[in-house]
Write a protein that binds this ligand. Structure first.
Ligand SMILES: *Cc1c(COP(=O)(O)O)cnc(C)c1O
Length: 459
């Protein structure tokens, strides 16, 4: 018997109750939050698809490892076990733990980026973008154009545009590019994977100009699994072998361990360069902690050491990618516009297409996000003009992102197929009355990362 979707490859040992509060209470909660779902209380949310970051369910092996945590300040056994896993999975000896991905980005930006510098990538995630800007640098996105076409089924829509990258380096000058990056999978562009061929070519290009190459590795495992599924020559390789090859091309990586390493908190920053490592350690001690624990407890390091392998487990990855594909297929069958093909960790609804009557500056993604909460107690996240519209530094004119999306991120090993049927049914109901949804205006917003704390009013 061949099944299209295999059941979850785990059984449930501990449950956490969730509750759908009545409609009138959801309405009040949304109003009190300034129409920003980041300000909602989690207890007022039924299905929480705000993020797949730190929201995964740890395995019985990870919980067991937590009991082995060694809380020694320096040289703890937990650190040694993590170092062993980092070496085996990524092939890196020089690394530090950090409390999460953005701490790694902050340290990397602090030691490498000067005002006026540029940092190219396929697409920077919001925290990477902000950390580079916070040091006066200019993050630059050079993903292939196919990424912006929601119906284009390119197997590796996260790929860097090599011609654009080369032209960009020649135009900018290597002295203004202290590092080059690539994000796997491309979170900000729909969780789309990058091919090994592209990573190799990007590395070669950076290296031919003497530019160090760093991978933003939050979803290393899902990207490796897509390579195994889609890239010729990789079908018979294990995801671990694929990871080893991928990271062999990089001079370093920064990583949020809250994604594919399936821990609730943690990050890594690694390099192959001794001098850079010295600077990383100095900055780490100033901001995070001693180099053998970073911003974490010993037990966190142990959960992470186990999670780095579990993230690469191929039964788990098959279930994970299929779960995302299942929700996507239910929405596509109903004609809901989403980014196709679905990526690894999330479904991205094309709110701009679903709500053509709401212009960029009235935030169609915000409108759909809020309606999802009102209609079903479901928390998604706007990934559009609230998050990414920025003024052109020269003219002050607002530059809007190409796509107005709502992301439904899928926590790892947390929700079952029936939860996703409920999510799909709710979205299908909303789509039937899409023309009644209204836009929003911003009443407060900080300068950087405004989506977290902005407040809105319905129009
Ligand atoms: C989550 C994420 C980050 C930031 O990591 P945090 O752990 O949230 O600080 C950076 N890059 C990508 C691609 C991410 O998905």
């Amino acid at each position: 018997m061949t099944l299209k979707y295999l059941p979850e490859p785990f059984r449930i040992k501990v449950v956490e109750p969730i509750r759908l509060i009545p409609f009138e209470e959801r309405k009040k909660a949304l109003q009190n939050s300034g129409y920003n779902i980041f300000a909602l209380k989690a207890k007022h949310v039924f299905i929480d698809l705000l993020t797949d970051s730190g929201t995964g369910a740890m395995s019985s092996h990870q919980w067991a490892a937590i009991m082995e945590g060694d809380e020694s300040y320096a040289g703890a056994n937990s650190y040694l076990r993590l170092a062993d896993a980092v070496e085996k999975v990524f092939g890196f000896h020089l690394f530090v733990p950090t409390h999460q991905g953005r701490a790694s980005e902050n340290i990397l930006s602090a030691i490498l980026v000067k005002p006026g510098d540029f940092v190219p990538s396929n697409m920077h995630f919001d925290t990477t973008d902000a950390n580079i800007r916070a040091r006066g640098g200019r993050p630059t996105n050079l993903v292939i154009d196919d990424a912006f076409d929601p119906k284009n089924h390119h197997p590796f829509k996260g790929n860097m545009d090599l011609a654009k990258l080369k032209a960009f380096i020649l135009e900018t000058g290597v002295e203004k590019i202290p590092l080059g990056m690539i994000t796997v999978t491309n979170n900000a562009g729909g969780g789309q994977p990058v091919s090994m061929e592209n990573i190799r070519a990007v590395a070669d290009l950076y290296h031919s100009f003497g530019i160090p190459f760093y991978i933003d590795a939050a979803r290393y495992a899902e990207n490796c699994y897509f390579i195994k599924l889609r890239e010729p020559g990789y079908q018979d390789k294990s995801t671990l072998e694929i990871a080893r090859e991928m990271f062999s091309y990089a001079n370093g990586f920064c990583m949020s361990a809250k994604k594919d390493a399936i821990v609730n908190i943690g990050g890594l920053l690694a390099t192959k360069d001794d001098k850079t490592f010295q600077k990383i350690k100095n900055e780490l001690i100033l901001r995070e902690g001693f180099p053998t624990y970073g911003g974490l407890a010993g037990r966190d390091l142990d959960a992470l050491a186990v999670g780095l392998y579990e993230g690469l487990d191929e039964d788990y990855l098959q279930y994970r990618i299929n779960q995302t594909a299942y929700l996507a297929s239910r929405l596509m069958d109903a004609g809901i516009p989403i980014i196709e093909p679905p990526g690894g960790h999330a479904i991205f609804i094309d709110a701009g297409t679903l709500l053509p009557h709401i212009p960029h500056h009235e935030f169609p993604g915000q409108s759909l996000t809020n309606e999802l909460y009102l209609a079903g107690g479901i928390r998604g996240c706007e990934i559009g003009s609230v998050m990414f519209a920025v003024p052109n530094p020269a003219t002050g004119e607002i530059i809007y992102p190409k796509l107005e999306m709502v992301r439904l991120a899928i926590p790892r090993r947390v929700y079952t197929q029936s939860h996703f049927d409920y999510v799909a049914d709710t979205i299908i109901e909303i789509a039937k009355k899409a023309d009644t949804l209204r836009g929003y205006k911003i009443t407060y917003a900080p300068e950087l990362l405004r989506h977290f704390t902005a407040r809105f009013e319905p129009l």
